[in-house]
Design a protein around this ligand. Structure first.
Ligand SMILES: *Cc1c(COP(=O)(O)O)cnc(C)c1O
Length: 364
């Protein structure tokens, strides 16, 4: 049915806000096993203990969830040795980021972040009526923190540091972040997005929890989506000053963190050891893949998350298409590059074979 155009007036900003591009699903038909390595998901299925808790929680979904997210909040605080009042949960850390921008920004206020970085940032910022100020990463995919500090104006309310940076991979160093903290005015929120912190091995990485303790304008963002393997349930959290955490609870979608998500996240914290083992295996796979790629002659940014970044420029779409032909669904980003998640061993091997062929191809 063709519909008439609606005459309803929607916000002007919707014309310029890009829709979120999710990683495409794995190829449906293929002679080889298709793999989706386009969304930085954890390839391991939920632990049996987590599935058991989910089945039990499912029997009560006729009831609203605990709006205060009491048990999970307490367990997170305990695990991180911080006060319960310092934690605020949300529907994934994207949800928490939306709470942060809603709490901090009036229309026209500015949010500074690196680019390329997490694609949700410009969307969340613009939907809040705030203005994204994007500061280019350097040739190695690293944040240019001095340039970000210099981009702060009296309209800046939030500055986001993504470490390790999605999609390019490197961390910011603790030293550089400390310098940034000294330069940013205390009334500006400094958000440290650590969605991949569990995968980090670089010893230069910041101790963001200590920064939260020492600086009342720091917000640490963490998630159960990546290392904990609960991407489908949507739960993340902020660790920050109690007054900021209280503000984030006010701007949260009521009952946003559903009862299944709460139960599974609590069970995952209880199974921390088992989950850390899986993270260890993924990190070992990342190191294997990166060493092999270096051996093939690739000079890639330092991969500290569960993904590798190929800065292929205008060749990005062609590389992604070549991967798709081999039933490997990767994530191209315009003319910047291609991000590939560390997945099943077979998926990683297929990537290595493709990457080698790509380097050996006659240049076009
Ligand atoms: C995946 C990711 C998140 C987490 O998203 P959720 O909403 O928690 O699933 C946050 N920040 C970055 C940089 C990410 O890549």
């Amino acid at each position: 049915m063709t519909q008439r155009e609606t005459g309803v007036k929607l916000r002007q900003i919707l014309h310029s806000v890009p829709g979120y591009v999710a990683g495409r699903p794995a190829a449906a038909q293929s002679e080889v096993t298709p793999y989706k390595v386009s969304s930085n998901e954890n390839p391991y299925p939920p632990l049996p203990s987590v599935l058991g808790v989910l089945a039990e929680a499912a029997t009560e979904v006729n009831r609203y969830p605990d709006m205060a997210v009491t048990e999970l909040t307490g367990r997170i605080a305990q695990a991180l040795s911080v006060e319960t009042e310092q934690i605020s949960t949300g529907t994934g850390s994207v949800g928490v980021l939306q709470q942060i921008v809603t709490a901090a920004c009036d229309a026209g206020d500015e949010v500074v972040f690196a680019w390329r970085s997490f694609e949700a940032y410009p969307i969340v910022v613009q939907l809040a009526g705030a203005v994204p100020v994007m500061v280019p990463v350097d040739a190695q995919g690293r944040h240019d923190l001095p340039a970000m500090a210099a981009a702060v104006t009296d309209r800046t309310r939030v500055l986001i540091v993504c470490t390790p940076n999605n999609p390019t991979g490197p961390v910011v160093s603790g030293e550089d972040l400390a310098t940034l903290l000294d330069e940013v005015p205390p009334e500006v929120l400094l958000v440290i997005d650590e969605a991949y912190v569990e995968f980090v091995t670089d010893e230069q990485a910041p101790d963001a929890l200590t920064m939260v303790r020492d600086h009342p304008n720091v917000v640490l963002l963490r998630t159960f989506s990546k290392a904990y393997g609960l991407a489908g349930l949507r739960v993340g959290y902020a660790v920050t000053h109690p007054q900021i955490a209280a503000a984030l609870r006010k701007t949260a979608l009521p009952f946003g963190v559903n009862s299944l998500a709460q139960a599974a996240a609590v069970a995952s914290l209880a199974a921390e050891g088992e989950l850390r083992e899986r993270v260890g295996l993924l990190v070992a796979e990342r190191e294997r893949v990166c060493a092999a790629l270096a051996g093939q002659g690739w000079n890639l940014p330092n991969a500290q998350g569960n993904f590798v970044w190929f800065p292929l420029g205008v060749d990005s779409a062609r590389f992604a298409a070549a991967c798709a032909e081999q039933a490997l669904t990767v994530r191209p980003y315009g003319d910047d590059g291609v991000r590939v998640t560390i997945g099943e061993v077979e998926a990683n091997d297929r990537l290595l074979a493709l990457a080698e062929q790509w380097r050996d191809r006659p240049s076009s």
